[in-house]
Design a protein around this ligand. Sequence first.
Ligand code: MG
Length: 470
Amino acid sequence: MGRLFGTNGVRGISNVEMTPELAQHLGLACGTYLNSIKKPSNRRKCAIIGTDTRTSNSMIKCAFVSGILSTGCDIYDAGIITSPGLQYATRSFKMDFGVIITASHNPPEFNGIKCIDADGTELAPEQESVIEDIYFSGTFAKADWKSIGAVYPKPDAVQVYIDKVVSCVDANAIAKRRPKVVVDASNGAGSFTLPYILRKLGCEVISLNCQPDGMFPGHQSEPVEENVKDLMNTVKAAGADFGVVNDGDADRAVFIDENGKYITQDKELTLFAKLAVEEASKKKCKNMYVACPVAISMSTEEAIKPYGAKMVYTVIGSPKVARKMIELDAVFGGEANGGLIFPEMQYCRDGGMAAAKMAEIISKTGRKVSEMVAELPQWQMVQAKTKCPNEIKQKVIEEYAKSAKALKPESVDMQDGTKSYFKNGWVLARPSGTEPIYRVYAESKERKVAEKLLSDHIKMIEDLVAKLKV
Ligand code: MG
């Protein structure tokens, strides 16, 4: 039995891996899964579906919809919508399930299917594996002809999302300050949200790549520095307060400061976490928790400490972060890839909310983005990977954990790989779930120390692989 779901749903090249056959069978499997969940009422199950702007979306969507209708579920079609927009719609329209056809930041030939739980969070891996089992069993629920599902349009989902984001920030403060913002939607689903949210808040908006186009003519939809040079130049030329770019499905947002400088995503995460706990401490909030995956920079933990906030590390993956935030009623959470989670809005990465929040921050504080970034704690992270055959991976994991403990670290976190904290820094060695590799991260205030930690631990793994390989 193969695996279908990766860390971000099902992904592949359209008409190669991402075929209509796969989409239809996944629709059948999701509908069968939904029918198996007992609810107090026996009403028909309903799901909402939306897509980003990719050229293969209609093919994948129609196939998925045909499968799920066959199981007797109704479908509400939100059209082109961002991932956070669809996630908010799933919860606010009281759907049983949500489906997003998107390959996020991947090149245009890719597409994917991501499944959303009734509460708007991404499905947990345990739920995905139930759907996988149904998919591979090939045994699907089939409704009789009188109970086959129907499709209803849901064109207001995008507007409902925009209105909710606007209600979650201090719109008066933003309208008063009227920040100038250059937005770049990467020709993706954010084309329908990013400029509209900021305009509704009273910002002066200059838009780039905000015409939806699945060929991604502006630039590739991953918001890395080399893809957003036009945005960086425009921010500077226009004298804007900041620039913001969404990836293809707009669950991530990355920022450019007022000088046209790209803000790295670990700094972005630290900045938003710091500002969230600062605000929460003013409100005398009790649950001063910030949740992030184990591989993020120590700068975030250091930045939130003075406010009495506690950092809680989770397994890598935004669904894990979101669920930990719900459990702790945390004030903030996110990943160091531009995926930020604002609990006042919803428990998922939200690139529209992040943009609105940045407008609010500079309006309320009257500060420049570059100044706020310059004040953040400075740490130096390095990373590398090393080969480790899958057959001996489990043994290497066990032996490496023993060797790392023998170095007498101050503490060890074993929830996702082995993360050892030393006096001068930390090292995380994390085996890949699929590839025959180990990823190793090390961080310290000094680059030399981080590099030494990294090379020492890579060497430890290499020695173990050589010893256990035979
Ligand atoms: Mg994305």
